[in-house]
Design a protein around this ligand. Structure first.
Ligand code: PLP
Length: 406
């Protein structure tokens, strides 16, 4: 049995009030709250077991290195990767995708080569490719979503040409909640020798994922959305693609030898991990992944599906509420505007008075906003600890917004 009350007790912040109201935290798409086990792991790592990793021979350095490196195996199993060295640690999806752009894109792509993106990508999966467009003449090709916010895998496949070198696509939209059939896309790309990058920033939080089943070459996750510390994360790099990559950043740890005129690089994954990493952040992320896996990704997905269904039922009654993203397999992410209510920032401010945290803006997805013909929306995004009565509170507050603003 999924005991949401028990889960809520694991997250200390959920018992606080905001503006004298119990907190209703619906900004999980931007960042999730942290369970006590993560806070404890971070505290312990600093209070009892802290040192730099890898280079030391003393006791604390060995403990810190063991704790830190153990997280690689946890992420490997969380993502279903074949080898631990396919997991590259980083500060999150933004760094991960930039690493692929610099480390794989620059040495392997040339003018006229094509990268396929969907129109609903997060800026983190757009701007690093714009760098290659600006600097190397790479061509960006865009695939549209339909009126419900669905992305047709066949439309992506139909966009592939002899010049396509990479398909970079999200598995779950942070705005629409749309879940994409990335397996079909990656299978087709692989048959054509095209590399694939899946942005798993949202999907990895809300459903079981398996990179070998998906068949992608790169899969990016970001720790702060996975109930872990900010500035933690990882990217899966399929072994063969790792061999095609040049180091993204140079510095300590990523080298074998450095001489005046020669440098040789460390083996994977260290070749792609320069400098002192987020030691404690990664240890905290390891604790977060253990916590999620104890609850079970299937169970989390099921609970969130019931939240989604309840929210759909509740919110679709309002004919003045425009919800962006209407597919029935979507994640529990609701972006919306209220007809005639002006800027969505006002919605967020009014909801905050009731202790309800939602985001308003372009959600780092301006091409999608342009596609939808809006400049901004408000977004309520759910997590494993949200419950049905919070949807009731959201609905009441939206009725209030509608009366006040429209
Ligand atoms: C949050 C998010 C990102 C960026 O993650 P960072 O943690 O800011 O690096 C990228 N893609 C999607 C779909 C996201 O939701």
């Amino acid at each position: 049995m999924y005991d949401v009350n028990k889960i809520r007790k694991d997250f200390p912040i959920l018992s606080r009030t905001v503006n004298d109201k119990p907190l209703v935290y619906l900004d999980n798409g931007a960042s999730a709250q942290k369970p006590q086990v993560v806070i404890d792991a971070v505290t312990k790592a600093y209070a009892e077991e802290y040192s730099n990793v890898h280079r030391g021979l003393h006791t604390l350095s060995n403990i810190a290195t063991d704790n830190y490196e153990a997280v690689r195996g946890k992420i490997q199993s969380f993502l279903g990767a074949e080898h631990p060295e396919e997991i590259i640690f980083n500060s999150g999806t933004t760094e991960g995708i930039n690493m692929v752009s610099y480390g794989w894109g620059i040495p392997n792509l040339k003018a006229g080569d094509e990268i396929i993106l969907s129109v609903m990508e997060h800026h983190a999966n757009i701007v690093p490719w714009h760098f290659l467009r600006e600097r190397q003449g790479v061509v960006l090709k865009w695939v549209e979503t339909d009126a419900d916010g669905a992305l047709d895998a066949q439309a992506v496949i139909d966009t592939m040409t002899d010049k396509t070198k990479l398909v970079a696509i999200t598995q779950m939209s942070n705005v629409l909640g749309t879940v994409v059939d990335v397996k079909t896309i990656c299978d087709a790309a692989r048959q054509r020798g095209i590399a694939t990058l899946v942005d798993g920033s949202q999907s990895s939080v809300h459903m079981p994922v398996n990179v070998q089943e998906i068949g992608c070459d790169f899969f990016a996750i970001t720790g702060h959305k996975l109930y872990g510390p900010s500035s933690s994360g990882a990217i899966y790099v399929r072994k063969e693609r790792g061999d095609e990559m040049q180091p993204f950043m140079g510095g300590g740890d990523m080298i074998k030898t450095v001489e005046r005129d020669i440098v040789t690089y460390n083996s994977m994954p260290h070749k792609l991990e320069a400098g002192t990493p987020g030691i404690v952040q990664m240890i905290g992320l390891g604790a977060a992944i253990d916590y999620m896996q104890d609850i079970g990704m299937e169970n989390i997905a099921q609970h969130e599906a019931s939240l989604r269904d309840y929210a759909v039922k509740k919110l679709s009654k309002y004919n003045w509420l425009d919800i962006q993203g209407q597919t029935n397999t979507k994640g529990a992410i609701f972006s919306f505007t209220i007809q005639g209510a002006g800027h969505p920032h006002d919605i967020s401010t009014i909801l905050d008075q009731r202790g309800i945290a939602v985001r308003a803006g372009h959600h780092c997805a301006q091409p999608l906003m342009q596609h939808l013909g809006i400049t901004a929306s408000a977004r309520a995004s759910f997590a494993m600890y949200n419950q049905l009565d919070e949807i009731d509170k959201l609905a009441d507050a939206l009725e209030f917004c509608h009366e006040l603003l429209a």
